[in-house]
Design a protein around this ligand. Structure first.
Ligand code: S3P
Length: 441
């Protein structure tokens, strides 16, 4: 039988104060940049979700020293020139479910002198890799897709000299593509420039200079100078706003809620969800706004709020891309019609999130229309409940469990264990803050 978790309604809401695991995107970058640097870097508050563990194991397999105490990860490296191919028979690195691991590593390995192979699970093998293969080839890398339609596995053939710097105009606003090119650019001659159609998350631009990278940012254009050695750096990773989104949503939907979430990353390229929830009528306050390691951080205070429907498109989609599953569920609980459009990227995430959400919301009794680039949701202020499937996608599983907490009859989520990809302690924390008992079967 498919594993499942039953989430009953949580009539007493959420009160109290929580902290959340470190930001997944920043944790990936901190580990990768530390691996490229010479010396010992200490990363505090690192996410230890399965995706981040893939990145940690990948750099370990390249010969980088890793020590871990709780959420502190110490990375000891002699830089990229000291990397050696993984000892695995075919030099394969298993990126699991993690697109960030695969795309950023391909930028790093493109300039290495040995041949390597990147592979992943069934979901990652379906995701588009042409978006990194094409620019890396233009820089002189030899990178082949062994899958269908430019998908993983990827084989990257060792390079005898540096790559060639270039200017690349990307068709997608993707921080993974941008970062892969910039990381390849570190090992290229001259300057490498990426121009994006819209500004994607800028954690690479904020963190790489701390390690000694020479970057210049102007609007949607980012450049890196090749040949600059990186040196070790300590990093404090803020809490993950993408993980916080599930608790923000639960506090908004459940009556009698007042939740404080401490030390959350509030990078403006990531805070679209806060802006959208506020436009729906949400009471969300930001306290103690400050900067930590070049990233804006603050505490959030969220109270139960009546919500109204909203239309979301344009740059807000990019700034809230990973939170759209949670948003779609919240839209079902709002009063009135909501629209998500211009979000076709959702179809190539860990699952086809547009389809997964349309099917799941319909199964919960919500009137929903699936469109090529988004969803139209008729919010009724309440959701009945029912049985749904996560499609093995962590963010779908967590969003649907919040639906259960706010629903009339509860929700059964099939294949719920995928939450460990980004947030292994998620169900435990849900039980703690709501006081409800989740049943696994
Ligand atoms: C990420 C970038 C985004 C996001 C993903 C993490 C990153 O993907 O959806 O969860 O850390 O760079 P794209 O770059 O493909 O948009």
């Amino acid at each position: 039988m498919t594993p499942s978790v039953t989430i009953p309604p949580a009539p007493h809401g959420i009160q109290g104060e929580i902290r959340l695991p470190g930001d997944k995107s920043i944790s990936h970058r901190a580990v990768l940049f530390a691996a490229l640097a010479t010396g010992e870097s200490c990363i505090r508050g690192c996410s230890l979700g399965e995706d981040n563990l893939r990145t940690i194991r990948a750099v370990q397999s390249l010969g980088v020293g890793i020590a871990q105490h709780d959420t502190t990860v110490i990375v000891k490296s002699r830089g990229r020139d000291a990397f050696h191919p993984p000892s695995d028979v075919d030099a394969s690195i298993d990126c699991g479910n993690s697109g960030t691991t695969m795309r950023l590593l391909s930028g790093i390995l493109a300039g290495c002198s040995f041949t390597s192979r990147l592979d992943g699970d069934a979901s990652l093998r379906r995701r588009p890799m042409g978006r990194v293969i094409e620019p890396l080839r233009l820089m002189g890398a030899t990178i082949e897709s062994e899958g269908e339609q430019h998908c993983a596995p990827l084989r990257i053939t060792g390079q005898s000299g540096p790559l060639t710097g270039m200017t690349y105009t990307s068709a997608v606003a993707s921080a993974q593509v941008k970062s892969a090119i910039l990381l390849a650019g570190l090992h290229a001659t001259g300057r490498t420039t990426v121009i994006e159609p819209a500004r994607s998350r800028d954690h690479t631009e904020r963190l790489l200079p701390a390690f000694g990278g020479r970057l210049a940012v102007q609007g949607r254009t980012v450049s890196v100078e090749g040949g600059t050695p990186l040196h070790a750096q300590d990093v404090n990773v803020p809490g993950d706003l993408s993980s916080a989104a599930f608790f923000i949503a639960a506090a908004l939907l459940l009556p009698h809620s007042e939740l404080r979430i401490r030390q959350i990353g509030l990078n403006p390229t990531r805070t679209g969800i806060v802006d959208i929830f506020r436009a729906m009528g949400a009471q969300i306050e930001i306290h103690n706004a400050r900067d930590v390691c070049g990233e804006p951080v603050g505490d959030l205070v969220v109270r139960s709020s009546p919500l109204r429907g909203v239309t979301v498109d344009g740059e807000l989609i990019v700034r809230a891309i990973d939170e759209l599953p949670m948003l779609a569920v919240v839209m079902a609980f709002a009063q009135g019609r909501s629209v998500i459009r211009g979000a076709e990227e959702l179809r190539v995430k860990e699952s086809d999130r547009i389809h997964a959400l349309a099917v799941a919301l319909a199964a919960l009794g919500v009137t929903v229309e699936e469109r090529r680039d988004g969803l139209v949701i008729a919010g009724q202020g309440r959701v009945r409940g029912g049985t749904v499937h996560s499609q093995g996608d962590h963010r779908i599983a967590m969003a649907l469990s919040v639906a259960g907490l706010g629903s009339d009859e509860g929700v059964i989520v099939r294949e719920p264990e995928c939450i460990a990809i980004s947030f292994p302690g998620y169900y435990r924390l849900v039980q703690e803050v709501t006081g409800v008992r989740l049943e696994t079967g």
